[in-house]
Write a protein that binds this ligand. Structure first.
Ligand code: NAD
Ligand code: MG
Length: 300
């Protein structure tokens, strides 16, 4: 057993030796896990399932790479069938993720498409219901983040696309999915520490994440009437292609994540257990919450 994995007691600051080893500052858009250097840990070699989600049906947007891939691997090893969605430009990552999931013996289906388009969101949920029969877990995780130097550089087009991808899609997808979600289902939205501590260069992104936080709490109060729980996860700085492909200026990547008390960025694998917990019945009394996974950056 790898002593660096999540089951071995150790100093969390040195669990991943990333802080001094960045050697690729950026990659072209779209960012791919395939090109991420150093490679990220999605739990491919380590995550151990314990039947927490046996027989559940899950939909994960942005399931090709980064946090979404780690969540997908964990869900499959916990026994869930999974529908993955991602952009067509990220199919190489998507195929790799699909392969990891299939090794768990569960059913896996992928549908590529752009969730900033309302019609596609309906197609996605139709596809998922056709393949899975119902939706027990919905993970609204896909998102876009593009850093700008100043206000003048932030185009109206970018602002609208960020909101359509990060926020409006959650409304379209959730509204279409809810009628297919039985009591006991769980919705998990990926927000961000940026929701609470917005950076200057991320005006559109950070404010879209604040919208997701509010959306999650309000939706939770609506959907508990149908026996559905809704929560969000707020990651801190996590080592994924999102950051390398325009999410941060290249010079900032050099010390990415070192400003949090943990002194390093998080790995996607360190997020997955939180999503599994929120998806499973173990979190039965938790709804309308935002759970931080921030390396000590903490939520307010
Ligand atoms: P990632 O790039 O690996 O994942 C984001 C995925 O979203 C991409 O793989 C892409 O296929 C998908 N996507 C983007 N636009 C889309 C669109 N219009 N239609 C369909 N799919 C689309 O990066 P990640 O860091 O794992 O991001 C996952 C989530 O985590 C995002 O919501 C992001 O905002 C959030 N987040 C990331 C960090 C971090 O530091 N990496 C911190 C806080 C929150
Ligand atoms: Mg990707």
């Amino acid at each position: 057993m790898n002593s660096k994995n999540q089951y071995h007691m150790q100093d969390p600051r040195s669990q991943y030796d990333l802080s001094k080893t960045f050697y690729d500052r950026s990659q072209p858009d779209p960012g791919l896990d395939e090109r991420l250097k150093p490679t990220a840990d999605h739990g491919e070699k380590s995550y151990q399932g314990a039947s927490r989600l046996e027989g559940r049906k899950a939909v994960i947007t942005g399931g090709d790479s980064g946090i979404g891939r780690a969540v997908a691997i964990a869900f499959a090893r916990e026994g869930a069938d999974v529908v993955l969605n991602y952009l067509s430009s990220e199919q190489t990552d998507g195929k790799d993720t699909e392969q990891y999931l299939k090794e768990s013996g569960v059913n896996v289906y992928s549908i590529v498409g752009d969730i900033s388009n309302e019609k596609f969101c309906l197609v996605l949920i139709d596809f998922a219901v056709n393949k899975l029969g119902s939706i027990d877990i919905l993970v609204n995780n896909a998102g876009q983040q593009y850093y700008v130097e100043n206000l003048a550089e932030l185009s109206s087009e970018q602002f609208q696309k960020t909101y359509a991808t990060n926020v409006f899609s959650m409304f379209w997808i959730t509204k279409a999915a809810a009628p297919h979600m039985p009591k006991g289902s769980s919705i998990i939205n990926t927000t961000s520490i940026q929701s609470y501590q917005p950076s200057a260069g991320l005006l559109d992104y950070a404010s879209s994440k604040s919208a997701i936080t509010g959306f999650t709490k309000s939706l939770a109060k609506m959907l508990i009437n149908d026996g559905i729980r809704v929560n969000a996860v707020a990651p801190g700085p996590i080592w994924t292609p999102l950051q390398q492909s325009g999410g941060q200026p290249p010079e900032k990547l050099e010390d990415f994540g070192q400003g949090v008390p943990m002194g390093r960025p998080g790995q996607p694998a360190e997020l997955a257990p939180m999503y599994v917990f929120l998806a499973s019945q173990e979190s039965s009394y938790i709804t309308a919450e935002v759970m931080g996974v921030t390396g000590g950056g903490h939520l307010p």
